[in-house]
Design a protein around this ligand. Structure first.
Ligand code: C2E
Ligand code: MG
Ligand code: MG
Length: 753
């Protein structure tokens, strides 16, 4: 709104200015008409006037960027001034202005303004000329200096007035400083004015002598001058246009570059933002990753229940200790291997969560018993290992073991329950010259087992003998696993004799291992290993089946000895095996041995340790009509109340009492008591390990029914046992014959008498 008001105001000023000039021009024009020297108007003047109007109508030089043209008609107007005086020239100039104005625009105001400007400027030129050089029409007759000064004054006045008025009009119209417009657009025009004035002066002086033809001759020159000049202007315009275009393109390119730059900057800013975001994300993720890595690393090397180092980490510590002991001969360390003695019992009776509590508390007590430099590790379950680092003497390790056992004497508080436990500890010292953690751990473990064997709740120091025993034991275990497949087992049979009659009553099957390198291996060496490894179960089945088959064979071979029985030993593992009864039944069926011919021996300790289970099992076996014997009786701690509840048929008195029966009266009394007890309970008695006639006599006196021992026979292989049966049969036959002969002799003597 404000801008529009300003525009209107500018136009109003420009218009006022133009009308003012028009008014001024009109006054001049009107005042000059009466003074026009009509008498001087001739054909030449008409020719000049015609040329002026035609040329100015056709040939105009447009001022670049402005709606104003300058014509070369000024030359003719100057000529008119010099030849016909100011009045004629003003009228001609006004006419010329009308035509030039009409060419430039159609507005009346513009046309009149153009005419008025020409009239005014011509009038002022005339005034200037008159002032400097006297009457215009006298100028061509003046000396050259006056002529030149007059022409210059005329040209200058025309130039200044003409361009000044036009520039002032443009200044009002475009609201630009007058001086700026004038210098930029009008300076060049001075050339036309001065050239035109000089040319006019030249023509005027020549016209006096050569007539009108000079004008005609000068016209082509004027035109050539004009067109050259116009070409020059055209070139300038083109150059200016090109420069303008180049400038526009440069500005355009500059703007595009600036835009691109801004875009790039914005994009870069966005990227930086994204990058910052990404970096912070990355930092967060990597932080969470290092943390979780730390967590996993910790979990990988620690026990989850106690947070103690696990076996893997402990082995690393051990490796360092071993390396150090190699470098420093006086550096000593020890490994303690600890295993709780009745942990399974606590777990089974109180539950696993209390078991866990006990382990945690144990870990705490172990740590409190050690120095900062020592390491406790949980290997799993109730197994712990301890590294005593840099001890000064082997006795330090023993002192620590004793301190730990002292610590374990205090009861453990488990959710209101008081639990007691003890530990077996094995100790291995670095003096053993170990170069791998596994070896020292293995030896500490071996020593720990030795402590268990020695009655638990104690410690053992590893020695070399233990090591070689462990190696032998390991080899035995490996060989034993293959022995059954390779058919390396065989059965020996030891006769069981009637004490009264000294006749064969049956055999006890005793297993032997025919080792390919070691020869015959005694059962006391491999049966415990077979029991620990579980191999006793398939081995036991093999023994039972072969013993039954053998006895059946003997029954068939010696029909008179069908009362012979076969004793087969059962291990504790077999007894707790749920399929035992079914297995016995199927073996009897398979070998067709009558159940009454089979006697199963179970050692006293096995029966008593599993009293409840044994009662049920023995009952089921007894229901099969199989006889049951308690072996090695007297070595375990039999509860008499249990004994009476077991469906047992025979007690086998352990060899340790029978062997030394003559040595002490006590032994006699023990055997007597067992024999009496058995009789009272309706059981038979077998004395094991009878080696001498005295022992046999003693047993006879004690009314022991059966006996077995080296006195009668060592365990025999099947052929020898078969021969033993034959010999017994023959002996019995001879005895019967002798007896019947005796009877006949007695009868004959009685008849004689
Ligand atoms: P056991 O069942 O008490 O077997 C008797 C052991 O005493 C046998 O030893 C036998 O050779 C030995 N013996 C017999 N009479 C005498 C004697 O007058 N003096 C001496 N010093 N020893 C005598 P063996 O064969 O070495 O068996 C040892 C133990 O191994 C057996 O004791 C038994 O507990 C176990 N055993 C043997 N064979 C088997 C088997 O087939 N299965 C099971 N589970 N255990 C078996
Ligand atoms: Mg036996
Ligand atoms: Mg025995």
């Amino acid at each position: 709104m404000e801008a529009t008001t300003q525009l209107n105001e500018k136009q109003r000023v420009a218009m006022t200015y133009q009308w003012l000039i028009v008014g001024l021009g009109s006054i001049l024009f009107l005042s000059e008409i009466p003074r026009l020297p009509i008498e001087r108007i001739d054909l030449r003047f008409l020719l000049i006037a015609a040329l002026t109007l035609i040329v100015s109508a056709r040939v105009a030089v447009k001022i670049p960027r402005f709606n104003v043209s300058v014509t070369i008609s000024d030359t003719f107007i100057f000529l008119a001034i010099l030849l016909y005086g100011g009045q004629a020239a003003v009228l001609l100039a006004a006419a010329d202005g009308l035509i030039t104005g009409a060419r430039a625009g159609k507005k009346v105001r513009t046309i009149l303004f153009s005419s008025a400007v020409m009239a005014c400027s011509t009038s002022i030129s005339v005034q200037a000329l008159s002032l400097i050089a006297g009457p215009p029409m006298q100028l061509i007759r003046q000396p050259f200096s006056v002529l030149a000064a007059g022409i210059c004054a005329m040209a200058l006045a025309q130039y200044l007035t003409n361009t000044g008025m036009v520039a002032l009009g443009m200044s009002f119209k475009h609201d630009q400083p007058f001086w700026q417009i004038w210098t930029r657009n009008c300076i060049w025009a001075s050339v036309t004015y001065f050239a035109g004035a000089i040319l006019a002066g030249f023509i005027a002086t020549r016209i006096e002598t050569s007539g009108l033809y000079v004008v005609l001759v000068a016209l082509p020159m004027v035109l050539i001058l004009y067109f050259t000049y116009q070409k020059y202007l055209e070139d300038i315009r083109k150059t200016a246009a090109q420069a303008e275009l180049a400038e526009r393109e440069r500005a355009e390119a500059e703007r595009a570059r600036a835009d691109a730059e801004t875009q790039r900057a914005e994009q870069a800013e966005r990227h930086v933002e994204e990058l910052n975001h990404y970096i912070s994300e990355l930092e967060r993720t990597s932080r969470a990753l290092q943390e979780s890595k730390e967590h996993f690393r910790h979990a990988a090397f620690h026990d989850s229940l106690t947070d103690l180092p696990n076996r893997s980490l402990f082995s690393d510590y051990l490796k360092l200790a071993i390396e150090r002991s190699k470098r420093q001969p006086d550096y000593l360390f020890a490994v303690l291997f600890l295993d709780l003695d009745r942990f399974k019992y606590i777990n089974d009776s109180l539950g696993h969560s209390f078991g866990d509590q006990l382990i945690v508390e144990l870990a705490r007590r172990l740590q409190s018993s050690l120095r900062q430099v020592d390491t406790v590790s949980r290997f799993g379950g109730d197994e712990f290992a301890i590294l005593l680092d840099g001890i000064s003497d082997p006795s330090d390790a023993i002192r620590v073991a004793e301190k730990i056992q002292q610590e374990l004497l205090r009861p453990f508080e488990l959710g209101g329950h008081e639990a007691f436990t003890s530990a077996s500890i094995g100790i291995a010292l670095s003096t053993g010259g170990y170069d791998q953690p596994d070896y020292i751990l293995r030896d500490a473990d071996t020593a720990m087992y030795r402590a268990k064997d020695a009655g638990k709740a104690c410690y053992e120091l590893f020695d070399l003998e233990m090591h070689s025993r462990a190696v032998i034991r390991m080899r035995l275990e490996n060989d034993l696993r293959r022995a059954l497949e390779r058919d390396e087992f065989c059965l020996y049979y030891q006769p069981i004799m009637s004490v009264e009659t000294s006749r064969l009553s049956g055999f006890e099957a005793l297993v032997r291992w025919q080792h390919p390198e070691r020869g015959l291996v005694a059962p006391s060496e491999f049966i415990p290993v077979a029991e620990e490894t579980g191999l006793i179960v398939p081995l036991g089945s093999w023994i039972l089946e072969n013993a039954c088959r053998q006895m059946k064979e003997w029954h068939t071979q010696h029909p008179a000895n069908r009362s012979l029985t076969m004793n087969v030993n059962l291990s504790s593992k077999q007894l707790i095996q749920s399929g035992l009864v079914q297995e016995v039944k199927s073996i009897l069926a398979k070998t067709e041995l009558p159940a009454r011919s089979l006697k199963l021996e179970i050692t006293e300790s096995v029966v008593m340790e599993n009293a409840e289970l044994a009662t049920t099992m023995l009952k089921q076996l007894s229901d099969l009509n199989v006889h049951l014997c308690i072996d090695d009786f007297g070595t375990g701690y039999s509860s008499l109340s249990y004994l009476h509840r077991f469906p047992v048929d025979t007690l086998k008195i352990d060899r340790s009492f029978v062997n030394r029966i003559e040595e002490k009266d006590e032994n006699v009394e023990i055997v007597r008591t067992i024999a009496t007890l058995a009789r009272n309970l309706g059981m038979e008695v077998v004395a094991e390990g009878v080696e001498s006639e005295d022992q046999l006599a003693c047993l006879k006196a004690l009314k022991c029914e059966y006996a077995q021992g080296y006195l009668f026979s060592r365990p025999l292989n099947s052929e020898a046992a078969s021969a033993f049966i034959d010999a017994d049969h023959d002996r019995r036959h001879e005895e019967e014959n002798a007896q019947s002969e005796n009877h006949a002799e007695v009868a004959r003597l009685e008849m004689v008498a």
